[in-house]
Ligand binder design. Structure first.
Ligand code: CAA
Length: 262
């Protein structure tokens, strides 16, 4: 791994072959997401977006906690007007704008804003010890960074209602069974597996990867007919790229394709 790059205070960043790794580093607070963590996360992702070595990003925490939520101490005494003026959740929009795929490598507590952060990523690789939950109801609030929307799309209405209204957690196996996590692996290897997958994705033609991500995300924003139309346009557009010619010619010529990202 090559160490980085910029001096962050509450995250660590590195590049592992072609995977950019961001590790939330507030272990004493179970990686609670305060304003500094979220600002640094957004900055690091934006930096990796422009790093030509990197084709895919991974966000992780540690074995005990991916993140136990937004920082409760930071907001406990805030007024509604202060919350509105801080509008700290607006930072999350910067994560959504990242064009390279982002994998959440989740172990341990993945709660509240932590679960929302994992769901804002493109896919989740979970360790067997991961626990997913939206326990905001126990604090007298509701999820505020996408939980009611993304969990409902991921699990369906009934499961999302059960989790958000009761605060009940899902185990890693349940998260996989219900489609929230792409895969569950032993805790010793969850980060390696996520990095391996990130490097596999990074070895694919980058424009097709980018468009595939955009098209899948469109499924959450658009009607089926709009989504299908969007997908079709991206599909046709890829025929302007050198990588499409290279990929199809390599198949016909029975050789390995060499991608240029053009
Ligand atoms: N914010 C701030 N600090 C937190 C935190 C959070 N979300 N979660 C844990 N911590 C801190 C604890 O205060 C504690 O710090 P101190 O040692 O200084 O007291 C430290 O991390 C360790 O936590 P615990 O002693 O509580 O550890 P535990 O193993 O007994 O319990 C836990 C672990 C069940 C995850 C428990 O810490 C917990 O319930 N945390 C809060 C989970 C939660 O409610 N998350 C939602 C936050 S609101 C939100 O995210 C809003 C949104 O949608 C944007």
């Amino acid at each position: 791994m090559e160490d980085d790059v910029m001096d962050y205070t509450l995250i660590l960043t590195s590049v592992n072959e072609h995977a950019g790794l961001i590790q939330i580093n507030r272990p004493q607070q179970l990686n609670a997401l305060n304003a500094v963590v979220m600002e640094e996360l957004a900055m690091a992702l934006e930096e990796l977006e422009h790093d030509e070595r990197v084709g895919c990003c991974v966000i992780t925490g540690n074995q005990r906690a991916f993140a136990a939520g937004a920082d409760i101490k930071e907001m406990a005494e805030a007024t509604a007007v202060e919350m509105l003026q801080r509008d700290s959740i607006a930072r999350w929009d910067r994560i959504k704008k990242i064009k390279k795929p982002v994998i959440a490598a989740v172990s341990g507590f993945c709660l509240g804003g932590g679960c929302e952060l994992a769901m804002a990523c493109d896919l989740i690789v979970a360790s067997e010890s991961a626990q997913f939950g939206q326990p905001e109801i126990n604090l007298g609030v509701i999820p505020g960074a996408g939980g009611t929307q993304r969990l409902t799309r991921a699990l369906g209405k009934s499961k999302a209602m059960e989790m958000i209204l009761s605060g009940r957690y899902l185990t890693a196996r349940e998260a996989e069974q219900f489609g929230l996590a792409a895969r569950v692996v032993p805790v010793e290897v969850y980060l390696d597996e996520a990095l391996k997958l990130a490097n596999e994705i990074a070895a694919r033609p980058p424009l097709a990867v980018r468009f595939a991500k955009e098209a899948i995300n469109k499924a959450f924003e658009a009607s089926l007919s709009e989504g299908l139309e969007f997908e079709r346009r991206l599909f046709y557009f890829l025929f302007t790229t050198e990588d499409q010619k290279e990929g199809m010619r390599a198949f016909v010529e029975k050789r390995k394709a060499e991608w240029k990202g053009k």
